[in-house]
Write a protein that binds this ligand. Structure first.
Ligand code: AGP
Length: 592
């Protein structure tokens, strides 16, 4: 949700543009660059995609200092005037910002009372005005004074004509600093910085960063120097660019990544919580948003059969404001691909405050969420750039399942034989999923029919219901077709009224014992005119059947979602949607 970048070094404008292309997944409402050219700052910005910015940037702008921004609009419409960077009125400062300045209205009215005129509706422009109004002849002092008057979440990069340093202010929004020889980079995403930097540092909250000729320095908001350590980056964390769609590439990576998720889990030592603590737990929460929540929903359905305590999936934004019981007897797993999701981080902070044990399950081990939690498990999905999450979901399921199995073993509610069957069963999944992928043309053919549906309902029972939720979320977010998921038995309590010609029902049915019940649900919707697609190891009359390979019953969720990911992709493609960057969305949702 907004990406910022800044650099000091050769070809600063070219590299900033390149970085913005990498960061575009964080927001694609507008983009802009500010470059120090001689004694001036030149700003180029445009609403819409990076290509629009690229078209208006003059070729070969010579600059050693530049900052850039990709926007996901929060305050102010999608327009060029609301695009970052923002000048201070005297054009001696320019800023880019990711996050929300919560007290911007107060600041704005104070500045307006002193005659300030604003050119945008954003909260971010306030920072540029504040810098000018706080300027005291010393830029670091000015930046510190500004940092102290801001409330909210922010990663801000600042350039000024008063010196040749680059500055940043960081609190609660991600900011990574990278160094390679004489070049220094500031960025929202570690994978982007890894592209250039030999060493990186994750900036802690309430920090001002100064990048200059003599190196990189970190200060707290009082101006006291801080020690922040740099580490060598992992090549696997580099960002990539692909010719086709990231989403399809990422679906095709599922077999490899789930293997890595399993290997990584054991390599990292498994659960890593002492047995006494595990026995003390009386409840487990699985907390996340969107796809991450769905993976919690899925694992809760599986783990309820294996563990003797309450296991509750909860949507993070609900957990924050509701009154779920929580104390030292609570284990809360926070699931987040990015580790940046504001709702999930706030929920983790709440559990910590209440004395619960917090455990991050994330694809970004250097993320804010990881710092908030007691423990971190890496899901090893590798960079995921399509807004619609796919491989991360499958990897979350693997990691969460293994965590649950360890808990069950410690609590002695799972015997060794079942444990071994499930863990060994994981090894069969890559091949099973390869099989589905090799038949993707069948799913593409079904997509051709589904694309004209007036609405698509996804149904399933018990462990298949979470898969229905995830399939439905995938379809609606990238195709814009109205879609809902229901426990199959619930249809007759209201939703059946919506069944008619033109509606499609996708029925997931992996449990042999519930096959007949699912068959009845399919008949009920078909007799009312809906088209039915089944996703199952079994075949059903009067349904277009997507056949699943047979796997261990506890593992179906990891496999049965893959045809649904492909179905959503092909439907969206056939409707001409931008599958990687669906309207109104962004990959990282860093605001509540
Ligand atoms: C999934 O396709 C979504 N784009 C979205 O629901 C996402 O899963 C959610 O915003 C949570 O993100 P996170 O895993 O990075 O916390």
């Amino acid at each position: 949700m907004c990406g910022i970048f800044g650099m000091i070094g050769a070809n600063a404008v070219g590299n900033t543009l390149q970085a913005l292309k990498y960061l575009e997944y964080r927001g694609y409402d507008s983009a802009g660059v500010a470059a120090r050219v001689g004694d001036e700052i030149h700003i180029y910005k445009s609403a819409g995609r990076i290509q629009n910015l690229e078209r208006l940037l003059p070729k070969g702008v010579e600059s050693n200092i530049a900052i850039g921004h990709t926007r996901w609009a929060t305050h102010g419409a999608v327009s060029t005037e609301n695009a970052h960077p923002f000048y201070s009125p005297n054009k001696h400062f320019a800023v880019v910002h990711n996050g929300i300045i919560e007290n911007y209205l107060t600041l704005k009215s104070q500045l307006s009372a002193r005659g300030a005129k604003f050119s945008s509706q954003t909260d971010s422009e306030t920072v540029a005005h504040l810098l000018q109004s706080n300027y005291s002849g010393n830029v670091l002092g000015t930046v510190l004074a500004t940092a102290n008057s801001l409330v909210g979440s922010f990663a801000i990069a600042v350039t000024s004509t008063y010196d040749s340093n680059l500055y940043a202010i960081k609190n609660k929004s991600p900011l990574v600093v990278g160094v390679s020889g004489k070049c220094v980079y500031l960025c929202s995403d570690i994978r982007c910085v890894s592209h250039w930097a030999e060493k990186v540092a994750v900036t802690p909250d309430e920090t001002v960063v100064v990048v200059g000729d003599k190196g990189v320095y970190f200060f707290d908001f009082e101006g006291k120097m801080k020690e922040v350590s740099f580490f060598t980056t992992d090549a696997a964390e580099e960002m990539e660019q692909v010719d086709g769609d990231f989403m399809l590439k990422e679906i095709y990576e599922v077999p490899t990544k789930i293997r890595l998720a399993k290997e990584g889990y054991f390599k990292d030592g498994g659960l890593n919580i002492d047995s006494e603590t595990v026995r003390r737990f009386t409840r487990i929460y699985l907390i996340g948003c969107g796809t991450a929540y769905n993976s919690g929903l899925q694992i809760a359905a599986v783990a309820r059969k294996l563990i003797d305590i309450d296991i509750l999936p909860v949507i993070a934004s609900e957990f924050i404001y509701d009154s779920y019981p929580c104390g030292t007897d609570t284990l809360a797993l926070f699931i987040s691909q990015s580790g940046e999701t504001a709702d999930t981080i706030r929920a983790a902070e709440k559990v910590r405050k209440l004395g619960g044990y917090t455990y991050a399950v994330t694809n970004t081990k250097t993320s804010q969420l990881s710092f908030v939690c007691n423990k971190v498990a890496n899901i090893y999905a590798g960079g995921e750039f399509a807004v619609a999450s796919t491989k991360a979901y499958n990897c979350q399921l693997v990691t969460l399942l293994l965590l649950m199995l360890d808990i069950a073993r410690i609590r002695q509610t799972l015997d060794d034989k079942v444990y071994a069957e499930i863990v060994d069963g994981l090894d069969a999944l890559p091949m099973a999923i390869e099989q589905i992928l090799s038949n993707s043309y069948e799913i593409a053919t079904i997509a051709e029919k589904v694309k004209d549906s007036s609405a698509v309902f996804y149904i399933g029972r018990t462990c298949d219901y979470p898969t229905a939720c995830e399939g439905s979320l995938k379809l609606k977010e990238i195709s814009y077709i109205h879609s809902e998921a229901y426990p199959a038995g619930e249809l007759k309590h209201g939703t059946l009224a919506l069944m008619e010609k033109g509606v499609t029902v996708v029925a997931i049915s992996t449990d042999g014992e519930l096959k007949e019940k699912m068959s009845s649900s399919m008949n009920e919707v078909a007799t009312r005119g809906a088209d039915v697609v089944s996703v199952s190891p079994y075949t059903f009359q009067d349904a277009l059947c997507i056949t699943l390979p047979k796997v261990h019953t506890a593992l179906y969720g990891i496999v049965s979602v893959v045809p649904l990911q492909l179905l959503a992709y092909y439907v969206a493609k056939r409707l001409g949607r931008d599958v990687d960057k669906p309207r109104n969305l962004a990959k990282s949702v860093t605001v509540e």
